[in-house]
Write a protein that binds this ligand. Structure first.
Ligand code: 2HA
Ligand code: ZN
Length: 273
């Protein structure tokens, strides 16, 4: 039986973690990653799973009853995931109420899931419902440019969305539903988890002011690509705003409408006349 580390979803998880580390999004133990594992992908590994005692999740997500996740460990460094996935992450299973978890693999050395477990579970719950189960990856990171923008832009989704769409044509195509934005709150709190999940009903990306970004995707590629695109656009905005408080030109509402017509996008903002 091939070891859990060799399963294709574990290798994809490790690759995404390594790429995210390379991007500079995960200083120290910053950020976390989770994957809702399809039963068919977990089944061949059953013989290697070793369920521990049930632990309270701090929230209840009944829609996730019986689901299993590969998720980063609290305090683990993304920098180390490629060399030690069993120490930096683990597989958990939820009970039939979606309110308790137990470790089934990994968390070597006595670890437990990330402190952001409530937000990961609530986002997975909302996304599973909203997408008929398609969304499986939730990624949280601390990219510098999107965080920098939370110091200078009003903290509302419409403003952030329009600013990001205005940088490069790709943005409106990659996230036509826009992004959500939340003001500062205590990381790991059930309150921040609930507010994020509410926004995730309509968007795949939520900015946390002075903290970071949560992205959701059907695949590791989709989630990584969304984070990458948003942070790239934010880096352009930071450069432009540093060079000139009033840019000479940008992508206009008319440009966005042309893009929407050409690519059949339903852009989430009411664009100007
Ligand atoms: O340390 O990013 O939000 C992990 C985090 C908490
Ligand atoms: Zn964080």
């Amino acid at each position: 039986m091939a070891p859990v580390e060799q399963a294709s979803f574990v290798r994809a998880f490790v690759r995404m973690a390594a790429d995210s580390w390379e991007q500079g999004w995960h200083e120290r133990n910053g950020g976390n990653l989770s994957y809702r594992i399809p039963h068919a992908e977990l089944e061949p590994l059953r013989g290697q799973l070793c369920p521990g005692p049930w632990q309270p999740a701090g929230i209840a997500v009944p829609g996730l009853a019986g689901e299993s996740f590969l998720i980063t460990a609290a305090g683990s460094y993304f920098r180390n995931i490629a060399d030690d996935v069993a120490g930096c992450a683990g597989i958990i299973e939820l009970d039939e109420a979606g309110s308790r978890w137990r470790a089934c693999w990994g968390f070597a050395g006595g670890g437990r899931p990330t402190s952001e477990l409530p937000t990961h579970l609530m986002n997975h719950g909302v996304k599973k419902l909203a997408t008929g189960g398609a969304i499986r990856v939730i990624h949280h990171a601390h990219p510098a440019n999107i965080v920098a923008l939370t110091f200078v832009l009003p903290l509302d989704g419409a403003t952030f969305t329009r600013e990001l769409w205005g940088t490069i044509s790709e943005c409106a195509m990659v996230f036509p539903e826009g992004v959500g934005v939340l003001g500062w709150d205590v990381p790991g709190s059930a309150q921040l988890a609930a507010a994020s999940a509410e926004l995730m009903e309509c968007v795949d990306a939520v900015v946390w002011a002075h903290h970071g970004l949560f992205c959701a995707g059907a695949t590791f590629d989709a989630a990584f690509g969304l984070m990458h695109t948003i942070e790239k656009a934010a880096s352009i905005l930071v450069k432009v705003r540093s060079m000139a408080p009033e840019p000479r030109q940008a992508i206009t509402d008319e440009n966005l409408r042309a893009l929407a017509r050409a690519y059949d996008l339903s852009l989430a903002l009411p664009l100007g006349q």
